[in-house]
Design a protein around this ligand. Structure first.
Ligand SMILES: [Zn+2]
Length: 202
């Protein structure tokens, strides 16, 4: 395949890019167990965007992996996961924020950098017409959030490893908004955010 974009996103940093219909988007977990908080928008009309509920209802399952069709708030396919060497990705746990840092960890964690801050920083650097009102529930690629038989959500140690990747085919032109999670309080990344590689191929 012809590699159009090949970038390293440093630990804790955001990324915003475009993937055209038919192109392949790949995220590589370079060092393992990194959470990659991700949102997708229809590049032609950003009021259409990734919907966790539409995606989960349509596939009748709560984890994302090979074969999952990532759907929009209009129920339309945005991307299809075509390869996945991790095996499971979460879309229930949401993105970390100053509010969740305060509730989950401690009041003095409020001012630590978060995924929500990263999303907003990326939107402020790129003039794509999106603001904090445009951040729906996201995907957490490589994050392990098993649901217990009782229906509880649990944040567990990651099941990814260095070099594992997830690859998807764009079914429409999409904007990709990523926060390479800067979280320092969650055991899922061993308290150690690490870089990722993002690639767009035609
Ligand atoms: Zn985060």
């Amino acid at each position: 395949m012809n590699v159009l974009t090949d970038e390293i996103v440093a630990a804790g940093e955001p990324w915003l890019g475009r993937v055209a219909q038919g192109q392949t988007f790949r995220i590589v977990d370079l060092e393992g167990n990194q959470a990659v908080d991700t949102l997708f928008y229809n590049a032609a009309d950003t009021s259409e965007r990734y919907s966790a509920t539409d995606t989960l209802i349509a596939q009748g399952a709560i984890y994302l992996t090979t074969g999952t069709v990532l759907r929009s708030n209009l129920g339309r396919p945005m991307l299809t996961i075509t390869e996945d060497t991790c095996g499971r990705h979460d879309t229930l746990g949401g993105a970390c924020s100053c509010e969740s840092n305060t509730v989950r960890y401690a009041i003095e964690k409020r001012y630590m950098h978060s995924c929500r801050d990263n999303f907003l920083a990326a939107l402020s650097r790129h003039d794509v017409g999106l603001t904090k009102r445009d951040l729906p529930s996201n995907i957490n690629f490589f994050m392990n959030v098993p649901v217990t038989p009782q229906g509880g959500l649990t944040f567990e140690d990651g099941i990814s490893a260095a070099g594992r990747y997830v690859q998807m085919r764009a079914e429409m032109d999409v904007l990709v908004l990523i926060s390479n999670c800067p979280q320092l309080n969650n055991p899922c990344n061993a308290y150690n955010p690490t870089p990722i590689r993002v690639q767009v191929c035609a």
